[in-house]
Ligand binder design. Structure first.
Ligand code: SER
Length: 459
């Protein structure tokens, strides 16, 4: 993985790009964003014309957090809450005619000549519906018509999901072969055809973003720009010949240590096709992914709390700890796993090693606190169970389950499990209704904050 980063930077540096370090994970310039979620985030003011870039071309390896798909982690081969994005950027310099050949050259140049050595025959590309220009450039570059697929806004129009720069995009996919799924290209099976690089042709300013397909184009950006993002972990999975991004060299050791501690064997009976994994495998992947994410977040100064960034971190840590308990390990686990994650990541991020005392003290304290939450929640739950039984009902109320979840941070799956052990059912429908009400309140709040992109350049 380190070598992939190095080659990416070297390729673009040799082509006139300034090497720019990753921005820290907490997004500080944009009130609409908790975390940096793409390589382009630190360059938004350049795209919008609010600031003049000191370079016309840049390249970076950006640390990113994305959690909307957190429930997919471990179940598919390609979702991670923390990942790194290799990106090259043009600020009013080259456009499609430059970005496409630059990407193609890097991925198809043989390994011994500094490229990634992918077989050109296994690469598919997508372009936005009416983007004949990009399709023509791909054909000229050497991709045959039958592997150029046109897709709509949902897949081939990229934005940050909030007001700001956006544009049609063109993605590169690698065919991992029939053992991963059905033939027919990325529109048919995104596990077999793994997206690894997204080239965005940044040319619009958008607002009123309601979904990937519903937004308002406010106008053209002052210049036509390029923003690309190659999923580093995905490329590593392809080049290391492993099934998924939890098995690459930067993540697998965490997974192995968790398997060793819990006495589970990873990969037994798991299918390669999404949805066929053994539940233990999914949990081990969740642990590996989330422990690494926690390390990176605390490393960048986020601390666990009940709101905003701190809550995202807390939720990720609790999911990891919970997954380990379900695998049969009840003691504090972070002292076992966090040092492994540090050793995986410190070669690229040396500050993780030099600041490990600070990072680990937050992490271990949080785990201790959660374990006492679990103990306290168990006491309250036991009392509620006794009450429900005394009342003769075979059921625990939705309000109680919600209160345990909301006030004590006690996970619903644990409530269900313990109630079942006592022969009680839980009013899950009532619980879900209360959860939905709470989510609707949160969404209304988020909508209220997404009405426009504030120009913060003066600050
Ligand atoms: N911003 C685009 C993405 O995140 C390309 O870098 O996919």
């Amino acid at each position: 993985t380190a070598e992939i980063k190095r080659r990416f930077l070297a390729h673009f540096e040799a082509n006139g790009h300034a090497v720019v370090p990753s921005a820290p994970l907490p997004a500080i310039d944009d009130p609409n964003l908790l975390f940096v979620n793409a390589g382009m985030v630190q360059f938004v003011p350049y795209f919008l014309g609010q600031r003049t870039p000191p370079f016309a071309r840049a390249v970076s390896v950006q640390k990113c957090i994305r959690t909307p798909d957190i429930d997919e982690v471990g179940k598919t081969s390609r979702h991670g809450t923390f990942f790194q994005m290799n990106g090259n950027f043009s600020f009013g310099d080259y456009f499609k005619e430059g970005a496409i050949p630059l990407a193609w050259e890097l991925v198809t140049t043989p390994v011994e000549r500094g490229g990634f050595g992918l077989d050109p025959e296994r690469i598919w590309v997508t372009v936005y519906l009416d983007d004949d220009e990009a399709a023509a450039i791909w054909r000229r570059t050497g991709v045959p018509e039958e592997r150029i697929v046109r897709r709509g806004k949902k897949d081939n129009f990229w934005s940050m999901g909030i007001p700001g720069p956006a544009g049609p995009c063109s993605e590169l996919y690698y065919d991992r072969g029939p053992q991963y799924g059905r033939a027919g290209g990325p529109a048919v099976d995104e596990d077999r055809y793994l997206e690894f690089w997204n080239l965005v042709f940044m040319q619009y300013d958008i607002a009123d973003v309601r979904s990937k397909e519903e937004f308002r184009v406010v106008g053209e950006l002052p210049a036509r720009n390029i923003d690309t993002g190659m999923g580093l972990e995905r490329m590593a999975a392809i080049l290391q010949g492993v099934d998924n991004l939890y098995e690459i060299d930067e993540v697998r050791p965490i997974l192995d240590r968790a398997a060793e501690l819990t006495g589970r064997r990873y990969g037994v009976g798991s299918g390669r096709v999404a949805g066929e994994s053994h539940p233990d495998d999914v949990r081990l992947r969740v642990v590996a992914d989330h422990v690494r994410t926690a390390l990176m977040l605390i490393g960048d100064g986020v601390t666990p709390s009940n709101e905003g960034r701190g809550y995202v971190l807390r939720r990720i840590m609790r999911r990891a700890i919970r997954a380990v308990r379900l695998l049969g390990w009840q003691d504090p686990v972070l002292p076992e796993l966090l040092p492994v994650a540090r050793d995986c990541m410190a070669p690229s991020y040396p500050e993780l090693a030099s600041e490990f005392d600070r990072i680990s003290s937050y992490a271990y304290a949080e785990e201790e606190a959660f374990l006492s939450t679990l103990r306290a929640g168990t006491t309250i739950l036991d009392a509620a169970i006794a009450q429900a039984r005394a009342a003769g009902g075979g059921r625990l109320s939705g309000e109680k389950a919600f209160q345990l979840h909301d006030t004590y941070g006690f996970p619903i799956d644990l409530t269900l499990e313990i109630a079942a052990e006592h022969g009680l059912r839980v009013d899950e429908e009532g619980f879900r209704r209360l959860m939905a009400d709470q989510r609707a309140r949160a969404r209304a709040d988020a909508r209220a904050r997404k009405t426009g992109h504030a120009d913060l350049s003066a600050y």
